[in-house]
Design a binder for this molecule. Structure first.
Ligand SMILES: Nc1ncnc2c1ncn2[C@@H]1O[C@H](COP(=O)(O)OP(=O)(O)O)[C@@H](O)[C@H]1O
Ligand SMILES: [Mg+2]
Length: 225
């Protein structure tokens, strides 16, 4: 089977105040279905840049990014945003929940944004996901009533609601204590075992140990860890 995500000699150069920043240098990476890959490295080494390219948030300066065999450079903006909305789930360091929406509503949001109306079936899906992340009793709560670990579990449920094939998590444990971090990492592990492809960035070696494939990043280059 071809990889779910493939980076082929990918470079990314940002222009900042007339200076070129080489964030990624000729990266080759293939993510197979059902794997949990971690990119570990210090702040500024290029992790978020790599995740943004793998998640079709941004395009490479050179080289090719293929998501489910589609080259992201070949897609128009509308097609790229559709790819992001339907095939990819994102989890962020600061959770990015909507404060005025309940937990259930936050999890439902990607469906609504994709034009899928609330139904018995969508409610069932949301309940099932909240059960999976251990928050079946918190559906009617608001984000400010939750702990950081609980908020991140809501974000994970939200990332999965539209049944993406790829889950991208950028420093998902960066704001959590070690017990909550472990819960989130075990959930990501579980998600990869249910045939999603998980790609995570972290600066923590300890967090990286939960992955099936670990790469170190330094100055925009990857090495097997
Ligand atoms: N939009 C941007 N414009 C200019 N430089 C950027 C931009 N985004 C990131 N960079 C630079 O690219 C490098 C890699 O950044 P990033 O991918 O965010 O690293 P990490 O996630 O590992 O901290 C850093 O030097 C950063 O300052
Ligand atoms: Mg980053």
């Amino acid at each position: 089977m071809p990889p779910i995500v493939e980076l082929i000699r990918v470079s990314k150069v940002y222009q900042a105040n007339g200076n070129a920043v080489h964030a990624l240098r000729e990266i080759d990476l293939a993510l197979e279905k059902g794997t949990f890959t971690v990119i570990v490295g210090r702040s500024g080494c290029g992790k978020s840049t790599l995740l943004n390219l793998a998640g079709a948030v941004d395009l490479p300066t050179s080289g090719e990014v293929r998501i489910e065999q589609q080259s992201t450079q070949s897609l128009r903006d509308a097609e790229l945003s559709r790819l992001r909305r339907t095939r990819i789930g994102f989890v962020f360091q600061f959770f990015n929940l909507m404060p005025t929406l309940t937990v259930e509503e936050n999890v439902e949001l990607p469906l609504l944004l994709d034009g899928i109306k609330t139904s018995g079936k969508t409610r069932e899906r949301i309940a099932e996901l909240l059960g999976m992340v251990g928050l079946e009793k918190k559906g009617r709560s608001f984000p400010h009533q939750l702990s950081g670990g609980e908020m991140q579990r809501v974000a994970i449920a939200r990332a999965l609601v539209h049944e993406p094939s790829i889950v991208i998590a950028d420093e998902p444990t960066g704001n959590l204590d070690s017990a909550n971090a472990e819960t989130v990492l075990r959930l990501l592990q579980h998600i990869s075992e249910t045939s999603h492809t998980v790609l995570m960035a972290t600066h923590s070696r300890e967090a990286a140990e939960f992955a099936s494939h670990i790469f170190s990043m330094r100055d925009g280059q990857l090495s097997v860890s």
